[in-house]
Design a protein around this ligand. Structure first.
Ligand SMILES: N=C(N)NCCCC[C@H](N)C(=O)O
Ligand SMILES: O=C(O)CCC(=O)C(=O)O
Ligand SMILES: [Fe+2]
Length: 324
């Protein structure tokens, strides 16, 4: 049996309405620092997102995925920028294996009139919102605002944990090129390994800064790789988010923080919904190891990368079923 040992971090000193002492913030910052260094994954409590809000997100996901396939297919990603919209079962690919999930993907909208939008380039365009359930769009537009606010607060704690000034990351994140997925997982059957089908979501790291994951109350599906190589379950703890760090924090910290491998292997007999919100840098932000993170180990382990270019490369491979 697996025993999840991911740490729980209380972010309330950064989210509370009342001012708190510098010491209280430092305590949270130290806890986040240890969690990012040792696991790259933690549970977040004290986030101030109301219970009805995070419950509604998952409920609306279930309602959408129950629609007829023909209804869902009307929102297919080919209508837009080949990234925003609905992806049917097996359309997403990880390591050349079809992922056994369906999903709706949303990104920060970049209006078509924007100078960056040339020739329907991927990742630039408008989102495709379901009209059924009717509350889907207004709800999630509000949810995105909650998550952008929370993302900025957790990044303040991370800055302090790294010994940086609290607002250090703001210029890199103030136009966050966020991503939100609403994912539906029918249980895996014996299809694994057949017809190019892998697991529910193959092992991967996330691409940006911070992922805030809501998931149905189901055990055993989300699995996280430990530094020693073994896998543990990141089972939901009611009232918390599972948070993990992405590739950009891995580069910024010159490997002090890990972007940790994780995967979804959803068996059993229930349909699972999850909703990850990816709080990411601005599209144009150049990410390179920070001088403050090179003090202990001056060898740079990463070349500089523009976040949007990293994302684009990843999104392209997300639909490739064969190695070129
Ligand atoms: N934006 C994110 N993280 N999306 C989900 C990533 C799922 C793994 C992906 N197919 C891959 O191969 O990277
Ligand atoms: O559904 C989950 O629990 C995780 C999904 C995930 O890792 C992702 O979309 O990046
Ligand atoms: Fe992920």
């Amino acid at each position: 049996m697996h025993i999840s040992s991911l740490p729980i971090v209380d972010i309330s000193p950064f989210t509370g309405a009342k001012p708190v002492s510098h010491e209280a913030k430092l305590e949270t910052a130290r806890a986040i620092h240890a969690a990012c260094r040792d696991f790259g994954f933690f549970y977040l409590k004290g986030h101030n997102i109301p219970q009805d809000v995070y419950e509604t997100a998952l409920r609306l996901g279930h309602e959408f995925f129950k629609l007829e396939e023909t209804e869902k297919a009307k929102l297919g990603i080919a209508n837009e920028d080949f990234a925003r919209g609905y992806q049917r079962l097996g359309e997403n690919v990880t390591r050349y294996q079809k992922d056994w999930h369906e999903a709706l993907d949303f990104y920060k909208p970049i209006p078509r009139t924007h100078p960056l939008v040339i020739n329907n380039q991927p990742l630039r365009g408008e989102n495709q919102w379901p009209t059924c359930p009717a509350e889907f769009r207004p709800f999630f537009e509000r949810y995105i605002e909650y998550m952008l606010d929370l993302g900025q607060k957790v990044m303040s704690a991370i800055a302090m944990g790294l010994g940086l000034e609290e607002n250090f990351f703001v210029p890199f994140l103030d136009e966050s090129f966020w991503v939100m997925r609403v994912i539906g997982y029918p249980p895996l059957q014996s299809s694994t390994g057949k017809d190019g089908i892998g697991v529910s979501c193959g092992e991967h790291t996330d691409y940006g800064c911070l992922t805030f994951l809501l998931q149905d109350n189901i055990k055993g599906s989300l699995q996280v790789q430990m530094k020693e190589g073994g896998w543990i379950n990141a089972d939901p703890i009611p009232g918390t988010y599972v948070v993990n760090i992405g590739d950009m924090l891995n580069i910024w910290t010159n490997n002090i923080y890990q972007s940790t491998m994780h995967r979804v292997v959803h068996k059993g007999d229930t349909y699972r919904v999850s909703c990850p919100f990816f709080y990411e840098p601005n599209f144009e932000t150049l990410i390179e190891p920070l001088p403050q993170c090179l003090k202990l180990d001056p060898v740079k382990h990463h070349d500089p990368v523009v976040y949007g270019e990293h994302l684009l490369r990843k999104v392209m491979t997300n639909f490739e079923i064969t190695e070129n």
